[in-house]
Write a protein that binds this ligand. Structure first.
Ligand code: DHB
Length: 394
């Protein structure tokens, strides 16, 4: 079989790229080792930049964001037991949308089906070959055991942080930048009413907590834990006690509790591989870079990658040839490192490192005070969180 672009990975990056190319009349084949059900039931972050939400609506992927999503015009930071609001609308005229990544995926998968796009879920033994030629090939085994091969003009690795595509860039020609953190997140889904109108990012001497939302009756919350923590070792009572202690304050704020529906320990790191393109293959989304979850940059970054990548691939296929791909990395990577900095900064700002001294803690409170106590500090946070002002974009 043949298609101009073969895409490995049917997460939001791979499917959005297929969607954008499909709208311009370019055929794609998308492969994923996971089943659609597996992807749909793996919880991810829930915040979309307004521009990303707009792109999903305007390109015909998701009307549902406007119905089921919630526009948030700010967030709350809590520290020293007090709340501080960062008013995105007033500071930078921007907002974000609370709309879970699993819903973004469902909308994209439905749009592919509706538009007759080819997506193979649940494949095995995916191989990407000949990426240094102008005819890369992709091979895979279908769920029924049959072996398939596709010849393409370009290949895209959108196979996530554990995918194999980035290993195809020769070892002596690639550089990997990374950072590990001495903590992880304990994430829960709870059946309870909303505790606060907006997201709450809380710093406390016991560690970080994040109060997010899903629906009127299901809430998403996280708290900092040890990287080797086992989710099963925690009773519901202990989870609620931990969360309550981290958001407690002189205003008497308390979370509304309820049955815990799901629990997972999420480990994370900062990672970038350069280059993001090798020969006829480009990497997009988590396949090229991952960020710690604080600030919810990951999905937004992936969507930005494929917006740029779709544009250069259309130019390449439209007659400009492979030279058009030279524009991909510089334009995508600028945003990647800005997001790396913001995610790292916000993680360090809010988490308590094991072994932190009283000096470390007080310095951190000073940094938090700078972040909320001056208009410049609040504006910095608001600009980064909502996806940077237009003048600072690629
Ligand atoms: C969510 C996750 C995040 O990492 C974040 O910064 C904000 C919200 C979420 O799952 O809702």
């Amino acid at each position: 079989a043949r298609a101009p672009v073969a895409i490995v990975g049917a997460g939001p990056a791979g499917l959005m790229l297929a969607h954008l190319l499909g709208r311009a009349g370019v055929g794609t084949v998308v492969l994923d080792t996971r089943t659609r059900h597996e992807i749909e039931t793996t919880h991810r972050a829930g915040i979309l930049e307004a521009d990303a939400a707009r792109a999903l609506v305007e390109t015909g992927v998701s009307e549902r964001i406007l119905l089921d999503g919630h526009e948030h015009e700010g967030v709350e930071l809590r520290f020293g037991g007090r709340p501080y609001r960062i008013d995105f609308k007033e500071l930078v005229g921007a907002s974000v949308w609370l709309y879970p990544q699993t819903d973004v995926f469902t909308d994209l998968a439905d749009a592919r089906e509706r538009d007759g796009g080819t997506v193979h879920f649940g494949v095995r033994d995916t191989e990407v070959l000949d990426i240094t030629t102008d005819a890369p090939r992709v091979r895979w085994t279908a769920p029924d055991g049959t072996r398939h091969e596709l010849r393409a003009r370009y290949a895209v690795g959108a196979d996530g942080s554990r995918g194999g595509c980035r290993d195809l860039v020769p070892e002596d020609r690639r550089t990997r930048y990374g950072k590990d953190y001495p903590f992880a997140w304990f994430g829960i889904m709870a059946e309870a009413p909303t505790s606060a109108p907006e997201l709450v990012y809380a710093h406390s001497e016991h560690g970080f907590a994040l109060i997010s939302q899903r629906t009127a009756s299901v809430q998403r919350m996280y708290f900092q834990c040890a990287p080797d923590e086992s989710a099963d070792a925690w009773s519901d009572d202990r989870i609620w006690e931990t969360l309550q202690a981290r958001v407690a304050g002189e205003d008497g704020f308390r979370l509304k509790e309820g049955p815990i529906l799901e629990r997972t320990v999420l480990r994370f790191r900062s990672f970038v591989q350069e280059p993001m393109r090798w020969g006829s293959m480009a990497l997009a989304g988590d396949a090229a870079h991952t960020v710690p979850p604080t600030g919810a940059r990951g999905l937004n970054l992936a969507l930005h990658d494929v917006e740029v990548l779709a544009e250069v691939l259309l130019r390449a296929l439209g007659g400009e040839g492979p030279a058009a791909l030279d524009d991909y990395q510089p334009r995508a990577l600028r945003r990647v490192w800005r997001a790396q900095n913001f995610s790292y900064w916000m993680t360090r700002l809010l988490h308590t490192a094991p072994g932190a001294t009283p000096f470390d803690l007080r310095r951190q409170l000073g940094e938090l005070d700078n972040a909320v106590g001056t208009r410049a500090g609040r504006t910095f946070l608001a600009e980064q969180y909502t996806g940077w002002p237009a003048a600072a974009r690629d």
